[in-house]
Write a protein that binds this ligand. Sequence first.
Ligand SMILES: [Cu+2]
Length: 176
Amino acid sequence: MSIHALCSPALRRALVAAAAILPLAYPVFAGEPVKKGSIEVSQVWARATAQGQANGAAYMTIRNHGEADRILRAEAGVSRKVELHTHQIDAQGVARMIEIPAIELPAHTTVELKPGGLHIMFIGLKEPLEAGKRFPLKLVLEKAGEIPLEVEVRATSGGAMGGQGQEHGHKHGQTH
Ligand SMILES: [Cu+2]
């Protein structure tokens, strides 16, 4: 059956409109979840950075379908150093980033790395993270082992995810 035979002109216009919208929606679903053992990683992205910006961060959703595990470290070539970070509220009530030795993945839970919370931190970017580009990132887990990922760089200027845009404004203690 052809669409032509079935549809009224109005419905056909609606289908054409829907087809036009799909390519725009596609990047949200781009990148199949990556599975390794009982770990499933999806929605791996990084915020685009400005020229001269020293540091960047990546976020993702991690589902653990099995026993407790933990991320021991992350590796990427985009920066001189890659750290595991979270945010902590200081005595003045200000959220600050701190490095942590591991990201815990409790049994049968979903852990979200997101702006204002846990994240993978790229210290000393070799070049800006440009929106639309992708780069490799490897997680090393205690039990699941190495999980190679691809990070999608997203523009966030004025975007819904830019709410905690100041999070990377503070200075890191070390210089390299
Ligand atoms: Cu950080």
